[in-house]
Write a protein that binds this ligand. Structure first.
Ligand SMILES: Nc1nc2c(c(=O)[nH]1)N[C@H]1C(S)=C(S)[C@@H](COP(=O)(O)O)O[C@H]1N2
Ligand SMILES: [Mo]
Length: 263
């Protein structure tokens, strides 16, 4: 703690005070997970009270999200946002059961690559049962399986200038003057390399249904639901996302949500 400068110490104290007064008031939690007043469970709104720096200092940058058991999976993953993309490229892939799917990974990397589902399934796999918290005030526990994003990152080898991974999706959220508004998200390298950040192809032991992001979605166990981009098309490593769409690093961020959605 003696590394913390006074300004940050002040910030931290404010953060801890915020934590102590958190509650889940107004939130509908679908899963019954014990005592809702336990501050480690209170997620909605926490990102507003703690800055990313303070939270990472408090928890450690590799702090793990809680993992659960199969007995804690009490319902299906509730689909939200896009549930049936209608863009041309997606509709071309879907009838063949996504057999021709390729995840393109490029940008500021030494070795750009394209990965089929077989490639991704051939990498070391991780299954984790974690809670998904949507800012709308609901949570669901589900089991996600796929390679860690870090495995793919090690293959493409981002250059030193790469600061963010940007995730481009197949689904359009509507149209703008310059064309479809595709869903997108971004993570910094710490979150991208986190052991619980997965490229998930399976949900609760079965292939990912279309409504939950088939054939591949990002699963960020340590942050709120909107960071877990579904229908992944490409991952691009960039130095800055300021010139991308609304410039805030994600579809919902452009509409005002926090970029760092630590939970
Ligand atoms: N491509 C894409 N990813 C997305 C969304 C979306 O609309 N499009 N919605 C986000 C939000 S707000 C949530 S809560 C989760 C919902 O995931 P689910 O449909 O599997 O429950 O996906 C996130 N990722
Ligand atoms: Mo959400």
């Amino acid at each position: 703690m003696n590394l913390i400068r006074p300004s940050r110490r002040h910030l931290l104290r404010a953060g801890v005070a915020g934590l102590a007064t958190l509650s889940l008031g107004g939130c509908k939690i679908l899963d019954s997970l014990g005592d809702p007043s336990d501050p480690t469970r209170a997620i909605v709104g926490k990102a507003d009270r703690l800055t990313m720096a303070a939270q990472r200092l408090l928890q450690g940058r590799d702090a793990l999200a809680p993992e659960y058991t199969r007995a804690d999976i009490v319902q299906q993953m509730r689909p939200n946002g896009s549930t049936d993309p209608q863009t041309g490229a997606y509709l071309k892939l879907k009838p063949g059961g996504f057999a021709d799917y390729q995840l393109k990974v490029g940008g500021l990397v030494a070795s750009p690559g394209s990965f089929s589902l077989a490639d991704l399934k051939g990498m070391p796999q991780r299954s984790q049962i974690t809670r998904h918290d949507c800012v709308e005030g609901w949570s669901v526990i589900a089991e996600w399986t796929g390679p860690q994003l870090s495995t793919v990152i090690e293959k493409v080898r981002p250059k030193a200038e790469a600061r963010y991974a940007v995730f481009h999706c197949y689904d359009s959220m509507g149209n703008t003057l310059s064309g479809p508004q595709y869903y997108y998200e971004s993570l910094d390298m710490i979150a991208a390399m986190h052991p619980q950040t997965l490229l998930a192809h399976s949900l609760n032991g079965a292939l990912l249904p279309v409504e939950n992001g088939a054939p591949l979605r990002l699963r960020v166990a340590t942050q709120l639901g909107y960071k877990s981009a579904k229908y992944l098309r490409a991952i691009d490593f960039v130095e800055s996302f300021a010139d991308l769409d609304g410039g805030k690093g994600g579809y919902w961020e452009d509409l005002g949500y926090d970029w760092y959605a630590g939970s």
